[in-house]
Design a protein around this ligand. Structure first.
Ligand code: HEM
Length: 247
């Protein structure tokens, strides 16, 4: 279910970003105020109000108790996601790539950031959390293998007795960074130690991203509050300066 949702959302996001970037090659300044342009705007605005149902049902106990027995939070979240991605697409079409007014430019920018931050929370945070879990299991196994490989070395007789010509020669090469194709327990230790180091580094990177994606929820909420304020201003300005197509 969530997998299908992710594919749809990522598909619509690509269309949304392409539609937005269309302003580089296309402009239709009369479209937003035309009948069809306004219809896209109104439909987009109605859809973009729907994501609010989720926080309302989630945070207001009066609604939470009375609604969730019939419609689960998961369903409200799905509505949040689908309305929250299709609404902006209709809104971008509504713009006709007319980004003249500062309000229009900021409203569009904030809208896209709301969508991207929502996607970060919904998919990227879960993906990174799951990835960390998988890598920690791998790391545990690799560390076990490393202990075992060290054990083999401790048990094995010295490969190249210290002081022998061969030992001095290969250490000399090693100090120049020239490694002879190593084999045997020592090589095994090196190989596993490298993969342990790689895994540890990858986990640190994942944790860095997880911290940032976790912050994305606060950003998402803050941006959506700004977004609704700007949307109200935009609609208010549209009504105040008169809906051009109304007789
Ligand atoms: C117009 C577009 C959108 C608006 C205005 C919006 C607004 C909000 C708000 C106000 C919250 C806070 C809910 C709360 O904790 O009370 C929220 C949470 C969230 N939103 Fe959005 N959102 C939009 C689009 C999206 C999209 C497109 C996605 C993902 C694809 C998304 C994913 C999420 C997620 C995962 C949460 C956190 C849910 C939780 O942890 O409880 N949102 N959004």
């Amino acid at each position: 279910m969530k997998e299908r949702e992710r594919i749809v959302v990522m598909g619509v996001l690509s269309v949304l970003l392409l539609a937005w970037l269309g302003f580089l090659v296309h402009r239709s300044p009369r479209f937003p105020g035309s009948g069809i342009g306004t219809a896209f705007g109104i439909a987009g605005a109605v859809l973009m109000l729907m994501p609010l149902a989720y926080p309302i049902v989630k945070r207001i106990p009066y609604f939470h108790q009375r609604i969730t027995p019939y419609v689960s939070m998961q369903s409200w979240m799905s509505l949040h996601v689908y309305a929250g991605i299709f609404g902006p697409l209709l809104a971008i079409i509504h713009t006709g790539h007319k980004f003249d007014s500062p309000l229009g430019v900021v409203l569009t920018a904030v809208l896209l950031l709301v969508v991207v931050s929502g996607i970060a929370v919904r998919y990227l945070l879960t993906y990174v959390s799951r990835d960390i879990k998988d890598k920690l299991i791998l790391l545990q196994t690799a560390r076990g293998d490393l202990d075992h490989a060290w054990g083999v070395i401790e048990q094995a007789p010295a490969e190249l007795p210290a002081g022998s010509k061969a030992f001095v020669f290969s250490s000399g090469l090693a100090s120049l960074g020239i490694g002879l194709p190593a084999s045997g327990p020592a090589a095994e230790v090196t190989r596993i130690a490298e993969s342990v180091a790689d895994l540890e580094y990858a986990i640190r990177m994942d944790e860095f991203f997880k911290r940032w994606f976790a912050r994305a929820l606060n950003l998402h909420i803050a941006l959506s509050i700004v977004f609704y304020g700007l949307l109200a201003l935009h609609i208010g300005a549209g009504i105040y300066f008169g809906l051009r197509w109304l007789p």
